[in-house]
Design a protein around this ligand. Structure first.
Ligand SMILES: [Zn+2]
Length: 243
């Protein structure tokens, strides 16, 4: 009798949790992109009106975390940045054929302060995960499915993952990603302002065949700020200009 009662309470609790999760994520699920975005202020002190919701996945890309997407609602950006990301991924289907890319946190629905970031407040900031290779030189996505924990991963100056030395940053694909994003952003009227990457890793990025096509002045590091420098090894941070 007591067992049945516990079972019933458990069932009701699960249903209540599911309903709460659904209600919590409803503003993200039932949002449709339309019209033009209005960006106010800057990436570290701004807001956004009429944002665009990033696609959860595409042919060669995915958003990296369901919790970040549906729970925290960090999947919003401005319409020009949205179009730039989509155009960039389309171009990468050819230039980096067979490679899969992960878009990390963007902004909240109406911008403003966020949990983990000093910027990302006006739909002008994007985090992009570093693509990785296994010891055979093929793309590995094993660690790309760790959601928000991915921000905790560290890589040494050769781009080797600290917790798994057989995994290394795919610097050539990363260079192509930045290159295609720069072209797409300029085309969509919201050019790149800067790309932040850890100093030690930047050196290797600039040794790749595609580095010659990069605007090196845009790719910056902040070694004087140890925390900021250390954080930008598992992902790059990109800021866009909205004129
Ligand atoms: Zn960022």
């Amino acid at each position: 009798m007591k067992k049945n009662r516990i079972k019933k309470i458990l069932k009701i609790s699960i249903v209540v949790i599911l309903i709460l999760c659904f209600l919590w994520s409803a503003p993200v699920v039932f949002y449709w992109n339309n019209g033009k975005s209005v960006v106010k202020g800057s990436s570290n002190k701004g807001t956004i009106e009429n944002p665009y919701k990033m696609d959860l996945y595409g042919k060669n890309f995915s958003y990296f975390s369901y919790l970040s997407y549906f729970g925290l609602g960090m999947c919003f950006t401005s319409e020009r940045v949205y179009n730039s990301l989509k155009d960039c991924m389309k171009a990468l289907e050819s230039s980096a054929a067979g490679k899969h890319f992960y878009i990390m946190e963007l902004s909240r629905k109406n911008g403003g302060k966020t949990l983990l970031h000093q910027t990302h407040r006006a739909g002008l900031s994007v985090d992009l995960m570093v693509p990785k290779l296994n010891k055979n030189g093929k793309q590995t996505r094993f660690y790309d499915h760790c959601g928000l924990w991915h921000y905790c991963f560290n890589f040494d100056k050769e781009g080797r993952m600290n917790i798994d030395n057989s995994v290394q940053i795919d610097f050539e694909s990363l260079a192509l990603l930045i290159h295609e994003l720069e072209i797409a952003a300029a085309k969509n009227g919201s050019p790149l302002q800067r790309v932040i990457i850890r100093e030690e890793i930047r050196d290797n990025l600039l040794k790749t065949p595609s580095a010659a096509r990069l605007n090196k002045a845009l790719i910056v590091s902040y070694p004087q700020n140890k925390f900021v420098n250390k954080m930008h090894d598992d992902h790059i941070h990109v800021d866009f200009v909205y004129k």
